[in-house]
Design a protein around this ligand. Structure first.
Ligand SMILES: [Zn+2]
Length: 246
């Protein structure tokens, strides 16, 4: 690899990969969130859309702006390989002032149902990691975590929670980035959601494996330790790999 700039250094990539390898996707998203946050903290509690923007920023700085994606056409079954840019995945900035400070975005929404005012906030990575998606009522449990107030207090039936879910899409439009797809074989058009954290995880995982393969090859060729290999810059490492292979 050609060197990982910014916060995703080789050491960070290897650490993330080692810690995330045995984890479920929601736990891996939490790991990546910590790496993506400018201060390393707090990203787990950001709205998922805001976190996705940070993850895309991290991904682009380390691996480039083009994200290759694979999808199967639901109409004809053909496999498609498409490449999207980070800009295509991000929701358009909200209109008005040119100040795009995330702090200016509304962080809660409210609706009135069954005579009660329901106040809710956007889903976070911590919420998603706290709910086992395979558990009974997982969707309702996740939505209930986002309800911060019901006034006067009342138990919320599922139909009100579903209304909260619909409003969440407006409150945090970047939480579930959608990819418009157009099948070149049968011309069917549809949208597929893209899990930004899992996409980044695939990149991190591939990068970690490439680094470890380089360690293996150079350790065997020169008798270097892992620390020796990692202390050599990627450009010099590639040179040594070429001459040791040739
Ligand atoms: Zn098709």
């Amino acid at each position: 690899m050609s060197g990982v700039p910014c916060r995703l250094t080789e050491a960070v990539v290897l650490d993330l990969w080692e810690r995330g390898l045995a984890e479920v996707p929601a736990a891996r998203r939490l790991l990546l969130a910590a790496a993506a946050a400018p201060t390393g903290q707090g990203a787990a509690d950001l709205p998922l859309g805001t976190l996705n923007s940070l993850l895309l920023e991290l991904r682009c700085a380390a691996f480039g702006d083009a994200l290759p994606c694979a999808a199967d056409c639901p109409a004809c079954g053909e496999s498609l390989d498409v490449t999207v840019t980070a800009a295509e995945l991000l929701p358009p900035p909200s209109g008005g002032a040119d100040d795009t400070d995330a702090a200016a975005e509304p962080t809660t929404g409210s609706l009135t149902a069954l005579g009660a005012t329901v106040t809710f906030r956007a889903i976070t990575a911590r919420d998603a990691a706290a709910v086992d998606p395979a558990s009974p009522g997982a969707r309702q449990t996740l939505l209930r975590r986002c309800v911060v107030d019901v006034s006067p207090p009342a138990d919320l039936p599922d139909e009100v929670l579903e209304e909260v879910a619909r409003r969440l899409a407006d409150l945090d439009p970047g939480a579930d980035p959608l990819l418009p797809l157009d099948c070149p074989f049968c011309h069917h058009r549809w949208t597929a959601s893209l899990d930004v954290a899992e996409h980044l995880w695939t990149d991190v995982s591939g990068c970690a494996r490439r680094i470890l393969h380089e360690v293996h090859a150079l350790a065997r060729a020169y008798g270097w330790s892992e620390a020796d290999v990692l202390s050599v810059s990627p450009v010099r490492r590639r040179f040594y790999l070429e001459v040791s292979a040739g």
